[in-house]
Design a protein around this ligand. Structure first.
Ligand code: GTP
Length: 194
């Protein structure tokens, strides 16, 4: 019997890499813990460098494996954490709704994204600690936490599906008279992300 295609053997249809960034103490680790383990802690153990967790969700009948990287907000880890921007397909920009400076700093985090992440990376702004304010999202109460991760995952899945279908016409071009130029270009585009 023929072996099943590689895709069918994988335990997911899409692998999506997400990154959590924002000032120290805004609740990035708590958001991730809430989303991946369904738990919350009031103790503040600052992230050292970088950490990640996995959760597989289902969207439109597809299994989406989310690999979520939690960065340290502290300045002293910036060199380590920015190295992870490049591989991210989506970035969650987190601030604390009770801490205005964490919101003002979002512009600096966006600058970091512009400098270090891929141009087409998806972004979502998350105002955390809503239980302490009248806002929208909180790791403590689980308010809208699922919605945030599902929303960005859905957009990225759509983007990946769109680029899959767009890639097809460039394969067909190989058989056309101007194949040399066309195929060369297509190879460059498809092979750029190794
Ligand atoms: P760094 O790792 O230093 O970048 O910090 P962080 O952004 O990961 O913050 P962390 O998740 O460790 O949370 C910091 C503190 O905020 C902890 O004491 C949490 O208990 C608290 N916290 C996080 N989310 C919430 C929330 O939704 N509501 C409330 N009230 N407190 C929260």
């Amino acid at each position: 019997m023929a072996a099943p295609p590689a895709r069918a053997r994988a335990d997911y249809d899409y692998l999506i890499k997400l990154l959590l960034i924002g000032d120290s103490g805004v609740g990035k680790s708590c958001l991730l813990l809430r989303f991946s383990d369904g738990s919350f802690t009031t103790s503040f153990i600052t992230t050292i460098g970088i950490d990640f967790k996995i959760r597989t969700i289902e969207l439109d009948g597809k299994r989406i494996k989310l690999q979520i990287w939690d960065t340290a907000g502290q300045e002293r880890f910036r060199t380590i954490t920015t190295a992870y921007y490049r591989g991210a397909m989506g970035i969650l920009l987190v601030y604390d709704v009770t801490d205005e400076s964490s919101f003002n700093n979002i512009r600096n985090w966006i600058r970091n994204i512009e400098q270090h992440a891929s141009d087409n990376v998806n972004k979502i702004l998350v105002g955390n600690k809503a239980d302490m304010d009248e806002s929208k999202r909180s790791a403590k109460t689980n308010l809208n936490v699922e919605e945030v991760f599902f929303s960005i995952a859905k957009d990225i899945k759509q983007r990946l599906a769109d680029s899959d279908t767009k890639a097809e016409p460039s394969t067909i071009k190989i058989n056309q008279p101007d194949a040399a130029g066309g195929a060369g270009q297509a190879a460059q585009k498809l092979g750029c992300c190794g």
